[in-house]
Design a protein. Structure first.
Length: 440
């Protein structure tokens, strides 16, 4: 963690002995969970970077919702095939979920945090009572490993996607399978399945071709499909209402499509280089794009009009995200900086150092007072990739204090020496002539 005013290092999240593979904030932003290839999961107090607990013998990935929606529990898969539930605040183990004859890898918590779904290697599911640590229902598998699963918003249904491309939906209350079948591309590996927010339709995604299908729940008929999506589906490529989706088709243009009809609703202008990320704001009225052309841009999501340029990075921008109110944007670049901006005007707010030449992702926590920057490890050299026992270099997690500016706009305005208009020629910034002379 760093002091935003002085740049002084306050705390470092140190302790993992190998590559960082996953991380999650608790919903209130107070607890951070990190997983590593060293076989441990660590809990930290996000405000100060203080370690809370270490779980050993764990799997490398925490899962899509390792922390329960109410922030009380963390579920972590164990190398012995069981699942551990611990109190997120203290790290104290509350339950050990294990069947005598099969594994129990955690998939997802229910919206009310009272249930946890787990899967074994043959695709069988179990629904557990989280406070009691007891199985409520078991659902048979089809012989293929389940890679993803989500409860519906009311918690009554559960959808699972398997390594053979099969989608299955269960009625959790009645312990009955409602529908099952493959996505249109048979044999594809599904890495994401979820109900849309209104529960009327569901989505399934594969990694090959970055394709998403929107399916009708009863028949599993494909209503629409989208290709060339962001690999990380948590990066707000869905609008908050679940009715629109952002795509990156490779034409250096971001496209907004209707989930219901597949019709294109808006598109950005063409960027000067390859797009690297897209994200809606919390209202779905704007989206931000990042590109290898060194500029991030904010667009109107209804008509694709360019609203703001975020100019300042010296190398390609890898990632951007809005804060919860949509007032600020954070960008991460391979130029060795993470920057925050005023979303309405593009005014730069702060610059934080990061690892130069490496890909990073940056996010605001829920209250907007902290930044978390996840820097991927450098590529392993070819000789190391040929050796299975060669350890990878660790990535880094950095927490920043981004306390809001306390000076009034009038006070800040007095410190501005002059305002220089500019225009963009491609990605070249061309300054104009100041309207008034600059002062000392």
């Amino acid at each position: 963690m760093w002091d935003a005013a002085s740049g002084r290092a306050v705390a470092v999240l140190a302790g993992h002995a190998d590559v960082l593979t996953d991380l999650h904030y608790s919903p209130d932003g107070t607890i951070l969970a990190t997983a590593s290839a060293d076989g441990t999961v660590r809990l930290w107090r996000a405000q100060v970077g203080q370690p809370v607990a270490t779980l050993t013998g764990t799997c490398q990935m925490l899962g899509t919702s390792c922390i329960s929606p109410d922030g009380q529990y963390l579920a972590a898969g164990q190398l012995d095939g069981s699942a551990a539930i611990v109190a997120a605040e203290t790290g104290a183990r509350t339950s050990h979920l294990q069947f005598p004859d099969r594994a129990a890898a955690p998939l997802n918590f229910s919206p009310d945090s009272r249930r946890l779904a787990t899967a074994d290697r043959q695709g069988a599911l179990a629904i557990w009572d989280v406070p009691q640590g007891r199985p409520q229902a078991t659902l048979p598998g089809d012989g293929f490993r389940v890679l993803t699963g989500h409860f519906s918003a009311d918690g009554h249904r559960f959808i699972a996607g398997a390594e053979n491309g099969t989608v299955r939906i269960w009625d959790v209350e009645r312990r009955k399978q409602l529908s099952a079948g493959p996505v249109p591309r048979r044999g594809t590996v599904l890495y994401y399945t979820a109900f849309l927010r209104d529960g009327r339709n569901l989505v399934a995604a594969n990694a090959v071709g970055n394709t998403i299908w929107v399916l009708e729940p009863e028949s599993l008929r494909a209503m629409t499909s989208f290709q060339n999506l962001p690999l990380n589906l948590q990066d707000n490529c869905f609008s908050p209402d679940g009715r629109r989706i952002l795509t990156l088709p490779g034409d250096q243009i971001a496209h907004v499509f209707s989930i219901d009809t597949g019709q294109e609703l808006a598109r950005s202008e063409r960027h000067e280089d390859e797009l690297s990320s897209v994200a809606f704001d919390s209202l779905g009225s704007r989206f931000v794009t990042t590109s290898a052309d060194r500029i991030a841009r904010i667009w109107d999501a209804t008509n694709g009009q360019l609203l703001v340029w975020l100019v300042g990075h010296l190398q390609g921008v890898d990632h951007a995200a809005f804060d919860e109110p949509g007032l600020r944007v954070v960008t991460a670049s391979r130029d060795g900086t993470v920057r925050t901006w005023e979303a309405a005007t593009g005014r730069p707010l702060a610059i934080f150092p990061s690892a130069q030449g490496l890909r990073s992702r940056a996010y605001f926590n829920r209250d907007g007072r902290r930044l978390i920057v996840f820097t991927e490890p450098p590529p392993r050299p070819s000789y190391a990739r040929r050796r299975n026992d060669a350890p990878g270099l660790p990535g880094t997690i950095t927490l920043w204090d981004v306390a809001a500016e306390t000076r009034s706009p009038q006070e800040l305005d007095k410190r501005i020496r002059c305002r220089v208009p500019y225009e963009m020629d491609g990605f070249v910034l061309k300054p104009g002539k100041p309207a008034q002379p600059c002062h000392d």
